[in-house]
Ligand binder design. Sequence first.
Ligand SMILES: [Fe+2]
Length: 271
Amino acid sequence: MSASHPHAHAHRAASGDRHHDAIAPVEAELPEFRSQDYGRYDAEAHDVWQILFARRMATLADTASQVFLDGMARIGLEPERVPDLREVNRRLDASTGWNAVGVDGFIPAEQFFRCLSRRRFPTTLIVRPRAQLDYLPEPDIFHDVFGHVPLHADPVFADFLQRFGALAAAARTPEETTQMARLFWFTVEFGLIRERGAVRIYGSGLISSHGDAANALGPKVERRPFSLDAVINQPFAIDHFQDVLFVVEHFDQLFDAVETLTQRQRTVQRE
Ligand SMILES: [Fe+2]
């Protein structure tokens, strides 16, 4: 499958077709949230969830970060049925104050980041059709909730993602926007972490996709130690498997990276 398409928010942030030099309205809007009409999921939707869940969990016990596995248990995702976001959020909100909020597909990057800064994770509500189990052009609830949301139950990652959102929403130059998109891509979407002596996956693009995960842990990828400067200077491709990924030793490194970037951008703005 393509390595890229579920990760449209980062891609969108990186694209050059928006006018980042324009000053955004001070009170720019959040997207319109959609409530999840749970009764509308049909048998196929629950089947697709069940198939994808079983496929990924068959290897994630050995390949995923323990932080992901613990988070999944904490938010109570179930193998047999599409998650009910009210139930997920009851547990998640009690853990870290994060919530998964329904949106209709694409939302502008700045709105997406602003949601993160408020501990709201914009989540697609649709389930991919059975005919597109392995390939879909846009995110679905499996990528967004199975792939992303378990990490939001971890206090360090939860703080990192909120700070990231605040900084990314405030980006004012193409350079800042590119840096934030790269940081997002190489951590939230495609991040690796060393745990118990082995490199494991935590990025949602890897968690939710067997092909991307196998590539990330396989011989074709150069796995470099995470550093802020290495990441923000590393271009990424959205239309094929990754060639370079970055490994953290602990999620504190992510939090520290955002703090450093925040200080730098403040310094630049004062000059
Ligand atoms: Fe994603």
